[in-house]
Design a protein around this ligand. Structure first.
Ligand code: CTP
Length: 408
């Protein structure tokens, strides 16, 4: 069921309904009366293929709130206004939407959208905490342009982002709200190393896994800094601060700076191991710069992950900081991807390593991932193929476990 409350972002609910329908889901839309001031019932009926009503007094013989509440696999409210959040927190049942929420025993996901002041108001924050305590997932609002000229946290995340949180919640992976007060720094995407003003050396990383980690860490309540290299076109994870970088050296500078007071650092970026020894200031020309264009002279880049582990040993990063690395492996004639990942885990010295088999284009640019999570304490955990958000949730669950183990 998609519940829609009366905010300007109600138009995004139409995209959300379409997203679920395209995935083959049966969708019932339950708007509030106020929501219909923004988007008409006809739009939701046409998109969902189901009738739309706002009150328990429509189609009384069907006892709609009980029917929909009992049969839904998920109840998603997007946008959720401060008013609807308050009514759910108070256990009210004064329209079909809130009555259905009271009946529902399935996962309930609430995506708030409102002005920044309303979001930070103590009443709203208390109500949100109440919902979370009751096991409802409250998606962090995105930061950005609100109605009118204001900007700040309060925007409804994009429909695909909300749908992805719903699917992750339905895949039996936990996303508890237990990291508030933690700072998580994540690198994502590929670095680019300039050859001249028009050419660079890059890689195929889409950035999706790092973005998914940022999204889940933010949903757990952490303060997230995402240091992003070149990526596919991706939505900014709601609640995360994004810092854009281009080269490995830029990435190193930002990671070292932000890791200093981080609780968890994750190197999900695909880093170029080498960079051109010199960068031409003007475009290299065929016929004039043939030597430089046909034979590249490269110099080694710093290993940022190893550097972060060394910085922790040197006391520049807190000893309690958990450091996570990735290993993209194809395997070779003698070694499996897992063998190579295990050797890399020892070499890098990090606390957790997510290893992927990237042979045959299995991972790069895809929305799915699979592999193994290696830690010093636990046996390797196989991660079954799933969306990068589901994989992210599992990685962060392991990070959480080892942090608790280490604290005794
Ligand atoms: N990494 C890094 N700095 C580098 C290279 C890699 O921080 N210069 C990090 C990546 O972000 C990832 C991990 O190290 O978390 C492993 O990256 P990968 O490219 O798989 O390994 P390499 O160190 O390049 O090793 P190899 O060339 O043997 O595969």
């Amino acid at each position: 069921m998609v519940g829609v409350a009366g905010g300007i972002a109600a138009y995004k609910a139409a995209h959300l309904v379409r997203n679920f329908k395209e995935h083959g889901d049966d969708v019932r839309v339950v708007p509030t009366e106020a929501a219909l001031n923004f988007v008409g019932a006809a739009t939701f009926e046409a998109l969902s293929g189901n009738p739309v009503s706002t009150t328990v007094f429509d189609a009384v013989d069907e006892v709609q709130h009980v029917n929909v509440g009992q049969h839904a696999d998920a109840v998603v409210i997007a946008p959720a206004t401060a008013d609807v959040i308050a009514r759910i927190a108070a256990g009210r049942a004064d329209d079909l939407l809130t009555a259905t929420v009271l009946v529902a025993t399935c996962p309930v996901i609430v995506a708030p959208a409102m002005h920044t002041e309303m979001w930070f108001n103590a009443a709203t924050q208390d109500n949100v905490a109440t919902l979370r305590r009751r096991g409802i997932t409250v998606i962090e609002p995105a930061h950005g342009r609100l109605t009118g000229k204001d900007t700040g946290p309060g925007r409804l995340p994009e429909a695909e982002q909300i749908a992805e949180v719903v699917r992750t919640r339905l895949s039996n992976v936990e996303i508890p709200y237990d990291w508030s007060g933690l700072k998580v720094v994540i690198s994502a995407g590929g670095t680019q190393e300039d050859l001249d003003p028009v050419r660079f050396i890059g890689n195929r990383s889409s950035g999706r896994q790092g973005y998914a980690l940022a999204e889940i860490a933010a949903q757990r309540g952490a303060r997230v800094t995402l240091v992003a290299g070149n990526t596919d076109e991706l939505h900014t994870p709601s609640g995360a601060e994004v810092i854009n970088i281009v080269s490995t050296q830029d990435l190193q500078t930002e990671m070292e700076k932000h890791a200093r007071d981080a609780d968890i650092v994750i190197m999900a970026a695909a880093v170029s191991d080498y960079r051109p020894a010199s960068v031409a200031t003007s475009k290299m020309k065929k016929g004039t710069n043939d030597d430089a264009l046909s034979t590249l002279h490269m110099t080694e880049n710093p290993d940022i992950l190893k550097g972060l582990v060394a910085a922790r040993e040197a006391g520049e990063i807190p000893a309690e900081t958990t450091i996570v690395g990735f290993a993209a492996e194809t395997g070779d004639e003698n070694k499996t991807p897992l063998d190579l990942a295990q050797a890399k885990f020892e070499r890098k010295g990090c606390d957790v390593l997510m290893a992927n088999d990237v042979s045959d284009g299995k991972v790069f640019g895809h929305t799915d991932n699979e592999g193994w999570i290696l830690t010093k304490e636990l046996a390797p955990r196989t991660v079954k193929r799933g969306s990068k958000q589901v994989v992210a949730a599992q990685i962060l669950q392991v990070v959480n476990e080892i942090r608790h183990n280490n604290r005794g």
